[in-house]
Design a protein around this ligand. Sequence first.
Ligand code: ZN
Length: 78
Amino acid sequence: MTCRVCHSQMAAKTITVDLRIGDKLLVVEGVPAKVCDHCGEKVFTPAVTRKLQNLAKRRRKPPRILKVPVFSLQKGAA
Ligand SMILES: [Zn+2]
């Protein structure tokens, strides 16, 4: 499979995906995807996309919680 952005070869990998839904940030580990080594473009199969959407919708209790630091370049001294 070639990348639709830069037409390099894509490799099958298991990655961590962050999904942003409104002001919620979900992190999903162990996601199978094709990843472009050149530009980082990611492609998911329709089945994986559906699972990610379901996770976002169902709001099941996750196995663990990450604390995510949030920075801004707009306020204060950067
Ligand atoms: Zn690419």
